[in-house]
Structure formats: C-alpha cells, structure tokens
Design a protein around this ligand. Sequence first.
Ligand SMILES: NC(=O)c1ccc[n+]([C@@H]2O[C@H](COP(=O)([O-])OP(=O)(O)OC[C@H]3O[C@@H](n4cnc5c(N)ncnc54)[C@H](OP(=O)(O)O)[C@@H]3O)[C@@H](O)[C@H]2O)c1
Length: 267
Amino acid sequence: MEIAARTALLTGATGGLGRAIAQRLAGAGASLVLSGRREEDLKALAESLPGDDHRVVVADLAEDGEAERLAAAAAGVDILVANAGLPGAGWLAEFTAEEVKRALRVNLEAPMLLARALFPEMLEHGSGHLVFVSSLSGKSASPRTSVYNATKFGLRGFALGLRTDLAPRGIGVSLVSPGFVRDAGMFADTGAKTPPGMGTTTPVAVADAVHKAIVEDKVEIAVAPLLDRVAAHAGLVSPAISVRAQSGSVGQRAAAEVTGAHSKDKR
Ligand SMILES: NC(=O)c1ccc[n+]([C@@H]2O[C@H](COP(=O)([O-])OP(=O)(O)OC[C@H]3O[C@@H](n4cnc5c(N)ncnc54)[C@H](OP(=O)(O)O)[C@@H]3O)[C@@H](O)[C@H]2O)c1
C-alpha cells in the first residue's frame, strides 16, 4: 500500500518510538490521527509534523471502553499502527493485580479491540493495513519480564492469526518487533546498559520498518542487530535451551539491572 494521501491512526504517538513513526508516516504524506494520554504533547507533535491535516484524540487505553471510543473517533482510517505500550517490567510478585490488568489491556487488549473496530471499514474500501508494534520479547522470554512477555507473545499470535484471515481479503497485517532501542523510548528512558552481547537499534530504524511493513506488506520485521535477532529466534525454535540460558546468573543479573531501572510509574 502506498502511504501518500492515506490516513493512519497511531497510538503511543507521544512515546520515543511513536514520535519517530509519526515523523516517518507524515513525511511520506499520510494524515495522522495521533493518540496518547497527554493532549498538549500530542498537539505540539501534530504541529511539528509535515502536513497540516493531522488530528489528536486523547485516550487512556487502560480504561474500559477507551479503545472503542478511540476507534470510533478515528473511523475510516486506512492504517492502524498500534504502538502504545507499557514496559510491564519486574518480577511478577511485585505487580498488583491492577497493574497486570493495565499491561494486558494497553499492550494486548487495546490493539485487538482497535483492529476489530477498524478493519471492517477497510474491507469495505478494499484496502487497509494494521501494524502491531511488538518486541523481540514476543519471541523469547527473559527473567523479570513475564508480564511483558505475555502481552507481546499474545500480540504476536493475534497479529499472525489475524493476517491469515485478512490477507486473502486484501488487508495487510504486520508485526514490527524491535529489540533494545537507544536514544528514546522505554528502554532508553531507564538509562540501563543492554545485557552482555546484546546491541541496540534506533527509533528511526523502527519507524523505517513500520513504513516498509506497510508499503511492502511484510509479515514481520525484527528491528535489532543480527545477534539479537538470532537469539530471539532461538527462543522460538528451542524454548528449552533459550529459557535455560536466560535463567543463568548472567541473564538474571542483566535482567535485574534493566527491569529494575524501569519507572514504577509506567505500570
Ligand atoms: N523502546 C524499546 O526499547 C522497545 C523495544 C521493543 C518494543 N517496544 C515497543 O514499542 C512500543 C513503543 O514503546 P516506546 O519505547 O516508544 O515507549 P514509551 O516511550 O514509554 O511510550 C509509550 C507510549 O505509549 C503510550 N501509553 C502508555 N500507556 C498508555 C495508556 N494507558 N493509554 C494510552 N497510551 C498509553 C504513551 O502515551 P502517554 O504516556 O503520552 O499517554 C506513550 O506514547 C511499545 O509497544 C513497546 O512495547 C519498545
């Protein structure tokens, strides 16, 4: 699908990756519906982008009914980029039940409900594209990440399953799965180092992948250095080996440093 003159709903637009994705899609000629919880930041972002027909819809996707309200406000868009997410970081015992529900709702339920509400009109128009921003944590699991792993494994399954339904009907469904992202976003915000041997990618590389996923109708694009992509893929091919390796002292220490640096405010 060509992006010029299309409309796109982008969730998590105010985040580190969201801003880069907004810039990339607006630069390619799309009109954006930008969503997040912070109205002033969304408006400032809209004004900073190329093009003059971007809109802002404030929505808290952890709240009941908000995904449906956002979808209604964005009805008729050609593209959904479901990017909003919470880090879901930490040892399960440290989560309240409410925090588990928020992570599931923002990272998994809201993308599902947005897709459910938006794709029927895409079918009527005969074209459309749904992009789900997942993570390499949707392919392989690591210590103190079980809540996040659950949401991203779930999102990956949802997107791949939905693609089998919608691809024959002319609607694209893609996953964009970044590894650790430097410079901006939830990992960069922690100031933590990557685990030994792991590298980083950039928000611009993730935004380029979103663009490519739409234009070339890709099933999944993993955005990370080769070694990180191979390690994540190993988690799919051989979960037993991957889990054993991650459970060792090196994996535990690295995970404790990264997840411990995430702000509890992001739960
Ligand atoms: N950064 C990385 O290293 C990395 C790696 C792999 C995957 N990812 C994925 O990439 C996506 C974007 O992450 P990021 O790094 O850009 O994170 P971020 O900088 O923390 O931004 C998160 C975005 O999600 C929005 N959001 C959070 N809670 C929300 C809620 N309850 N309702 C509506 N919007 C909400 C935030 O909006 P407001 O706070 O303004 O409301 C913000 O725009 C996520 O799905 C994440 O899992 C990131």
